[in-house]
Design a protein around this ligand. Structure first.
Ligand code: ADP
Ligand code: ADP
Length: 237
């Protein structure tokens, strides 16, 4: 079943200065991601990868083309439906984007507080998530007391809080050393295997794709230049 479908999507940003051309960040991209798959998008900086992610979680609207989740066009959703959609999509970041003034538990609880869940439910869910990512015992710590790998585990726990069906990872291991990167990638594998969550990762690192993805999409200058099974694409001609 196709969960995420982009059809003929172009995204142009306004010209950076008067007389300049608009920046075409994504250029006529069509892409289907099946439920339960781990899809990687690889490409150099500026290829349009993050724009694709922001189109999928409806932070950006395409200039033309359609973005569908579960067969529904998300480019024209009313505010209420948009909030529901965002609860269905978790996101993790290169710089983790944790709230420094909140504890680990407070960070993981945040999306549930925003969603107005009852206190007792939040506490139980936070416990469960911290156990899943291997950070039970760190609930009362603050981000500055954690290693990079631990911070990303908090990021993952927070992204999973609302039980999304989709996880978007934006260069999620680019700030980590190789061993920590492997640990975080293993955790993301478990997120996919054990929770059945569909994962879309964007990265400029070949190793991340090799370790994690089932399928890879190669982007260059806003376009998809190649797509296929990881082994076939990355072994090359
Ligand atoms: P990647 O994630 O592959 O590095 P991006 O999607 O961030 O690529 O960027 C693609 C192109 O779009 C780049 O030329 C970038 O400068 C431009 N771009 C990205 N976001 C914006 C924005 N908000 N406004 C203007 N231009 C942007
Ligand atoms: P903040 O960091 O915003 O001050 P707290 O750390 O006090 O917030 O708690 C935020 C949320 O995390 C609360 O909803 C609470 O239920 C939950 N929580 C707090 N401590 C724990 C803990 N040790 N184990 C599990 N959940 C906790």
């Amino acid at each position: 079943m196709t969960l995420i479908r982009l059809t003929g999507v172009t995204k142009a940003y306004p010209a950076p200065s008067k007389g300049a051309d608009p920046v075409v960040a994504v250029d006529d991209v069509s892409l289907e991601i099946a439920a339960g798959e781990i899809c990687g998008i690889i490409g150099y900086s500026g290829a349009g990868k993050s724009t694709v992610l922001r189109l999928v979680n409806a932070l950006e609207k395409p200039t033309s083309g359609t973005v569908e989740i579960d067969g529904r066009d998300i480019t024209a959703l009313p505010e209420r439906e948009l909030r529901r959609l965002r609860g269905d999509i978790g996101m993790i970041f290169q710089q983790f984007n944790l709230f420094d003034s909140r504890t680990v538990a407070g960070n993981v609880a945040y999306p549930l507080e925003v969603a107005g869940r009852p206190r007792a439910e939040i506490a139980a869910r936070v416990d469960e998530l911290l156990r899943f990512v291997g950070l039970d015992g760190k609930a009362r710590s603050y981000p500055e007391q954690l290693s990079g790998g631990q911070k990303q585990r908090v990021g993952i726990a927070r992204a999973l809080a609302t039980s999304p069906r989709i996880l978007l990872a934006d260069e999620a291991t680019s700030a980590l050393d190789p061993d920590t990167t492997q640990e975080v990638l293993e955790l993301l594998r478990r997120v996919n295997d054990e929770l059945g969550i569909t994962i879309l990762v964007i990265t400029h690192e070949m190793d991340v794709i090799r370790t994690l993805a089932d399928r890879v999409v190669v982007m260059e200058h806003g376009r998809i230049i190649e797509t296929g099974e990881v082994f076939d694409v990355l072994s090359g001609p």
